[in-house]
Ligand binder design. Structure first.
Ligand SMILES: C[S@@+](CC[C@H](N)C(=O)[O-])C[C@H]1O[C@@H](n2cnc3c(N)ncnc32)[C@H](O)[C@@H]1O
Length: 445
């Protein structure tokens, strides 16, 4: 936890500037917020915009330009800010708007840190209504502009309350049991583990045996595993945007279903007429995709070619890197290429995975065009795929891409890799690297 009060004495004054102060009255009188006020940790002051302007003066004006909507006047916000700062000193000011920075636990912690570094003991939350505020007040006053999600509410009051609850959990003394805050979801890269309470049996559901074992060490291991599993199922984006240690990476890897990749030199379209046929292997593809596959924890990289002379060429190449001079010539290259296997068909590739894993893989094809079928998945659908608890085989095409017949047989087709242009003719090596990264990559903030 970050300490807000650097001198350990002064309380946090929280001013809320709003059109509707009545919305907060019960909220501030409830549970931990009331306790925090009672304990002298925080003090709340509500300011109604209408009370900060002369009687009968409107607080809003029609938005300039075409279109409907009323906007809160800048002088009104100015007057309310002045009144609140006169009473409680210079404030750290937070405005709420859908266009602001999305609030999450990292953002929350960074705000708490800023307030503490600036030695501020006055926090001001400014809640708009109607079409929002005149932009100039945000430019003039806001230390932070916060959105609580990509949806539009009627006003900034619920965002202010959401912010307050998240903020106050991080203020020492507000939540009685600090341990529960330290173990909260999003404190690290994972969500919280599941909790149960008595009775042991409810409907046909029983508390997991392990929690009743009394073996704290085992319970902690189980809880960590559950937290990782839940994170992978529904919060992979949080995990991939969080810093993770090497041990955490290994733990995560052990719960992601095994991934394989196959590069098809068969069942592909070739030439300008897109004739179904075969293509030649290239050493560049083998090197580069093997290195990408190793980076993203892909267990094996299969090359499919039905042509015997091509298989022979690959076998020679692999011999050098698996057990020949390549092992000592470039060890890290050996580490990547030792997972490359050549097969005569996709069916034999799938059979090899079945033999290794005891389960048939889910087959995900890739294509530069959007699939017209309804088996299309996006780079946000890992949870859907991983919930099947089956190995995953990513299929990459060469030549002009995988044939329609093959695309019709697979479980899923990934959306094409795209940038902000209409061009996406990537080499398979580049496409592979981007696909692996979008599907499995970590990108910590
Ligand atoms: C009706 S909204 C204005 C919506 C505005 N026309 C837009 O599309 O961005 C009025 C006010 O509610 C608050 N608000 C609405 N949705 C919000 C969100 N997701 N996060 C933070 N504040 C929000 C803001 O204070 C906003 O100025």
């Amino acid at each position: 936890l970050i300490s807000l009060q650097t001198d350990g004495s002064s309380r946090m004054n929280i001013s809320i500037l709003t059109v509707f102060p009545a919305l907060y009255e019960q909220f501030l009188e409830t549970s931990l917020l009331k306790k925090a006020t009672g304990a002298g940790i925080v003090d709340f002051n509500l300011y109604r915009f209408a009370d900060c302007v002369p009687p009968k003066k409107r607080i809003d004006e029609p938005a300039c330009g075409p279109g409907a909507g009323m906007v809160i006047r800048p002088e009104v916000v100015e007057a309310a800010v002045d009144v609140a700062e006169k009473k409680s000193g210079r404030a750290f000011k937070i405005f709420f708007s859908p266009h602001g920075t999305k609030l999450d636990q990292k953002k929350m912690r960074s705000i708490v840190k800023k307030i503490s570094e600036q030695n501020k003991t006055h926090l001001m939350l400014v809640a708009a209504r109607y079409e929002g505020m005149d932009l100039r007040v945000e430019d003039e006053y806001a230390d932070e502009i916060i959105s609580i999600g990509d949806y539009v509410l009627m006003g900034g009051d619920l965002p202010a309350m959401v912010f307050l609850e998240a903020f106050l959990r991080l203020v020492p003394g507000v939540v009685g049991d600090q341990e529960s805050v330290v173990e909260d979801s999003f404190t690290g890269p994972f969500v919280d583990y599941p909790n149960y309470c008595l009775p042991v049996q409810w409907h046909d559901r029983t508390i997991p045996e392990i929690l009743r074992s009394g073996d704290h060490k085992k319970i902690n291991v189980w809880r960590t595993e559950q937290a990782v599993k839940r994170t992978l199922a529904s919060h992979f984006d949080w995990l991939r945007h969080s810093p993770v240690t090497s041990d955490q990476k290994a733990l995560v890897r052990s719960f992601i279903p095994p991934h394989y990749v196959v590069l098809m030199h068969d069942q592909v379209m070739t030439g300008p007429e897109k004739i179904v046929g075969t293509t030649s292997v290239t050493s560049l593809d083998i090197h580069d995709i093997a290195r990408s596959a190793a980076t993203y924890g892909i267990k094996k990289y299969f090359l499919v070619t039905p042509l015997l002379d091509q298989q022979k060429i690959v076998a020679q190449f692999l011999e050098f890197w698996h057990e020949g001079g390549g092992v000592t010539y470039n060890e890290s290259r050996h580490v990547a290429i030792k997972e490359v296997v050549v097969k005569a068909s996709l069916e034999l590739t799938i059979a090899a995975i079945f033999e290794a894993e005891g389960k048939m893989p889910l087959v995900i094809a890739t294509s530069a065009q959007k699939s017209p079928r309804d088996n299309c998945i996006t780079f946000h659908d890992q949870g859907v795929v991983w919930s099947h608890d089956r190995p995953v085989l990513l299929v990459l095409g060469t030549g002009r891409g995988l044939t329609d017949a093959l695309l019709a047989k697979v479980d899923f087709v990934l959306v094409p890799v795209e940038g902000c242009t209409d061009y996406n003719h990537l080499s398979v090596r580049s496409a592979a690297a981007i696909i692996f990264d979008r599907w499995l990559g970590l990108n910590p903030q």
